[in-house]
Design a protein around this ligand. Structure first.
Ligand SMILES: Cc1cc2nc3c(=O)[nH]c(=O)nc-3n(C[C@H](O)[C@H](O)[C@H](O)COP(=O)(O)OP(=O)(O)OC[C@H]3O[C@@H](n4cnc5c(N)ncnc54)[C@H](O)[C@@H]3O)c2cc1C
Length: 285
């Protein structure tokens, strides 16, 4: 199939992009890397009258430190998460996740902002935003606002972005010297969407696990924070007992969909296995 014919706009500013969207009276889509949208257009799962291309907007570009935060422009490519020195140093969970996202051709076009705006519950980067305690900067009719990851992911493909708003940047708290992290996923083949995946960002506290955030993907309608498992692990030496307790607690944190390929009980089992691997990977000592 081919996409339905559409008009194309390439604005240079956020205001112009918003105006182009508004002029289509809701029958428009923003496009960034196109790696999710173009297949959806080709299959006519979406058929907007107007595509508003965000690629010409300078405000969506660049990676830079702003005090204790790393600002990652929404147009930053998946591939940049592997190579950008600031991302590697200060948002290492993104760098750890990037090789697992699709394939090089898609990573060269797909943007971090597009992935986080789409908020596929099986995607790596949105869940890592949750694990890192990131904040999303959104442009809307009232101007710019920042929404913490804990409030941003609301339901299946539903975020704090309302139609017509633009995700401008991802703000990640910089990683300090006592932080450690782990990322992993279980997929049938490398590059496939994971059956289960997750990441942990934790403080080292004299051989024990200090404050930590755990986020999973492919285990519910949104990226899921594992708060019960976090509570169990806080203050513990990451030994076999702590891991077993956390694995038991994890059941309350996740809400896997039941599908034929990966039934919910299997996803729960895989999530427990993955949590054990993630905790063992943490360099707490
Ligand atoms: C074969 C294949 C395999 C893939 N495998 C994986 C995988 O393993 N893991 C994974 O996470 N992803 C995977 N993807 C998806 C890929 O990562 C997408 O690139 C990404 O999800 C979307 O980023 P994009 O820049 O291409 O967004 P686009 O496709 O341009 O847009 C996606 C959606 O977000 C909206 N949007 C985009 N940018 C903004 C913005 N700044 N503000 C507001 N709304 C915006 C668009 O309107 C659209 O609805 C795969 C894709 C393909 C084709």
């Amino acid at each position: 199939m081919k996409a339905r014919a559409f008009a194309y706009a390439r604005p240079r500013t956020l205001d112009d992009a918003h105006a182009a969207f508004a002029a289509a009276e809701g029958d428009a889509s923003y496009i960034s890397g196109g790696q999710s949208l173009v297949p959806a257009l080709a299959m006519r799962l979406q058929a907007p009258q107007v595509l508003v291309d965000l690629a010409g907007i300078e405000a969506l570009r660049g990676v830079r430190l702003e005090g204790d935060w790393l600002r990652i422009g929404a147009l930053t490519r998946h591939a940049d998460a592997l190579t950008d020195p600031l991302i590697r140093a200060h948002a290492p969970l993104l760098s750890a996740a990037a090789p697992f996202v699709a394939h090089p051709a898609i990573r060269n076009r797909g943007t971090l902002g597009g992935s986080v705006a789409l908020a596929d519950p099986a995607s790596e980067f949105p869940a890592m935003m949750l694990a890192m305690g990131a904040e999303m900067e959104i442009f809307g009719p009232e101007g710019l606002r920042r929404v913490p990851a804990d409030d941003y992911f609301q339901d299946l493909y539903q975020t704090a972005i309302v139609p017509g708003e633009i995700l401008v940047a991802l703000h990640v708290p910089v990683v300090g010297p006592r932080r450690c992290w782990a990322f992993d996923e279980l997929a049938r083949r490398r590059g496939d969407y994971a059956m289960v995946g997750g990441g942990i960002l934790a403080e080292r506290d004299g051989g024990r696990i200090g404050a930590l955030r755990i986020a999973f993907f492919s285990v519910g309608p949104t990226p899921m924070r594992a708060r019960a498992a976090e509570a169990v692990l806080t203050g513990r030496v990451p030994d076999a007992d702590a891991i077993a307790d956390a694995q038991r607690a994890l059941d309350a944190d996740i809400d896997p969909l039941d599908d034929e390929e990966v039934p919910a009980p299997m996803r729960r089992h895989l999530a427990r296995v993955l949590l054990g691997r993630l905790v063992r990977k943490l360099e707490i000592a």
